[in-house]
Design a protein around this ligand. Structure first.
Ligand SMILES: [Zn+2]
Ligand SMILES: [Zn+2]
Length: 266
């Protein structure tokens, strides 16, 4: 299994840093897309992935930098001839109503593409993700009304887990969601001196990592205030040097196309 970062940035334009999008991919189906920021179809094309082969699309929340390519993705499906495999759209309880209304206004045929909706309550309890062999758990994020912190787990080829922060400010739910995971894929929007409300700085990230000690941490949602992803990783690692004793946790700056193996180190 691998988690592939397709978009490591925000909606602020940076060459080679697309807005939020990630692909959970195994040797066999099912494949799951997590968030669909603008540019995600292009990133899938670069990988040679036909969106019609996806089993599920999960959304952490519906800000444009995480959502916008959902409708082009459905349009791509609508151009297919013959029966399509079902696509599960998973999101907050009001996600279905939002997608139905938006798709109806844009192009009603988008809804005739074999869709099934799945509600994720933010209860912190795992649920099977329909259409896949994975489990998904959601917690409320400190961001927008229905934003979620997600944890996705599976058992093949060996037990693995990923926590994806989506967008969030510091909150205890993030610590709970990230505890014990192989990879923590966490937003690190700005340097410490440029805090944005309801987002994380490098110091915030280091404090979470120091508490939960994931096997690996990948920094994403990197604004242009980070000249390079490696700069963000260096600052987080420097903070960790003052927060933890012993071996320093593994932190990488996310780049578009970066592959994180699951389980960690496999
Ligand atoms: Zn957001
Ligand atoms: Zn965002």
């Amino acid at each position: 299994m691998e988690w592939i970062i397709l978009g490591s940035g925000t909606l602020e334009m940076v060459p080679d840093r697309s807005p939020a999008c990630h692909l959970l991919r195994g040797d066999q189906l099912p494949w799951v897309l997590v968030d669909t920021g603008p540019g995600c179809l292009q990133r899938l094309a670069e990988l040679g992935v036909d969106p019609r082969t996806l089993s599920a699309v999960v959304h952490s929340h519906r800000h444009l930098d995480h959502l916008a390519d959902l409708f082009p993705l459905l349009f791509h499906r609508s151009m297919s001839e013959g029966r399509l495999p079902e696509l599960v759209l998973s999101g907050a309880p009001d996600h279905e109503q939002f997608v139905l209304q938006a798709a109806k206004a844009l192009y009603p045929k988008l809804l005739q593409t074999g869709l099934a909706f799945h509600k994720i309550d933010a209860s912190g309890r795992p649920h099977p993700l329909p259409g896949t062999r994975y489990r998904i758990t959601a917690w409320p994020a400190a961001h927008s009304q229905s934003a979620r912190i997600l944890r996705i787990e599976g058992d093949s080829p060996a037990p693995w887990s990923v926590c994806y922060s989506g967008d969030t400010g510091p909150c205890p739910e993030l610590v709970e969601a990230a505890t014990g995971v192989d990879w923590l894929v966490i937003e690190c929007t700005t340097p410490d001196d440029s805090r944005r409300a309801n987002h994380l700085t490098a110091r915030d990230v280091a404090e979470v990592v120091a508490q939960v000690r994931p096997k690996g941490t990948a920094l994403v949602h990197l604004s242009p205030l980070w000249a390079a992803p490696s700069d963000a990783a260096a600052v987080v690692s420097a903070h960790l040097g003052t927060l933890v004793t012993g071996e320093s946790p593994h932190v990488v700056g996310g780049t578009d196309g970066l592959r994180l193996s699951l389980p960690y180190g496999s």
